[in-house]
Design a protein around this ligand. Sequence first.
Ligand code: ADP
Length: 446
Amino acid sequence: MFWLAPRVLLAVLVVVGGTLACGQLVGLVGWPLWGAASGAGVSVALACLLDSWRGAQLLRWLSGLQDTDAPHLRAFWGELTTRVERAIRRRERETEREREQLRQFLEGIEASPNGVLMLDAGEQIEWCNQMAAEHLGLDAERDLRQRITNLVRSPAFVAHLHARNHEQPVHIPAPDGRGLIAIVVRPYGDGQRLLLTQDVTARERADKMRRDFVANVSHEIRTPLTVLAGFVETMSSLPLTEVERQRVLGLMAQQTKRMQSLVGDLLALARLEDSPRPPADQWHPLARIGASVESEARGLSAGRHQFSFDWGDWQLAGSEAELQSGIGNLVNNAIRYTPEGGRISVTAGTRTDGALEVRVQDSGPGIAPEHLPRLAERFYRVDGSRSRETGGTGLGLSIVKHVAQRHGGELRITSELGRGSCFTLVIPASRVQAKTVQQPAEPVAS
Ligand code: ADP
């Protein structure tokens, strides 16, 4: 209020000074009262004019954008201008801060892997992030203010949007027709709705794989169990001769073995999926792995096949047990699917990029090309009865593929119907050493 006293003082001085001056002046001609009155009037008018001029300057600045400095005024108007300008600048700073917060918030939503879309009470798009636009096949800018049901026409979505209960998400096909989008609708405000979208293609695929897997495992276990139950009943209800009893026991042992193999392979797969990747600094001679694969193979074949093995002189880094199981499964398959008298050869050699290929080639029946891409899927079989007859579980190649991938490699399959197949386990160069590394000699006890 420091402007008030000078302003009152100035007003008093102007009026008194004007009154006296005019009173004196007009008093000379004999009308001192008229002089005093007109002096006071002129002074007040001048003071009003000055005030109006200053006020007009402030008003002109206020009615603009206030992007220049406020006018420099004195006393009361100066104080008023300073306060108004300060309030405006403070509001501008707050607005700027809020705008920045909003920008960061929207940037955060943009970075989200989920789509966010806001609808007004008339179902028109108020705002959406890029992800929601992709999920729903929209243009995030062009389609603003458009009615969503004109753009997303899936009947399931339209019905869900108009339903009262939005507890469950609705699923609609992705715009490219190759995936599945889940949409959650949440009402808010005055009839507005928030739509959250998510690409659930991979999750749905994984769920389906899990369901199929459980169904397959149940089926694989139920079959031998049913057979076993039948045999148990036969044995307990029928008087069998010793020969018949031995035959039934043999068949029961076969089914039990089948279940054991299945459970063994399932456990092996579970271990491969859950355990950390094999170490890259533990080296194992391929010849040692090969020797044990070879002895198992000869036992399984029992002289029905011609073998040739060439393991070379390599060292592999990783898990010896896994590598042995991977290569063993390939050789085991070759023996089971190649008819008697067929040839099976196993060779190991490096490619130009240093990766090692362990090739298992057979002269068996071969596989039609349409089966090749699915061969390493769990329980995928070209000929189910042949697989089961020979003790197959349908999981062997799946195990090999996991072993290869865990070592950074891959499983390659080439085959020709009637001419045989070649299964190649590829181990990357980083896990291959060419020569047998000399182990440090054991210190000699003195
Ligand atoms: P399985 O236990 O049935 O052999 P795998 O996963 O090892 O299961 O193999 C999947 C399918 O691939 C087999 O059922 C068989 O049809 C085919 N297969 C695998 N190896 C060979 C091979 N060497 N020759 C012909 N077919 C093969």
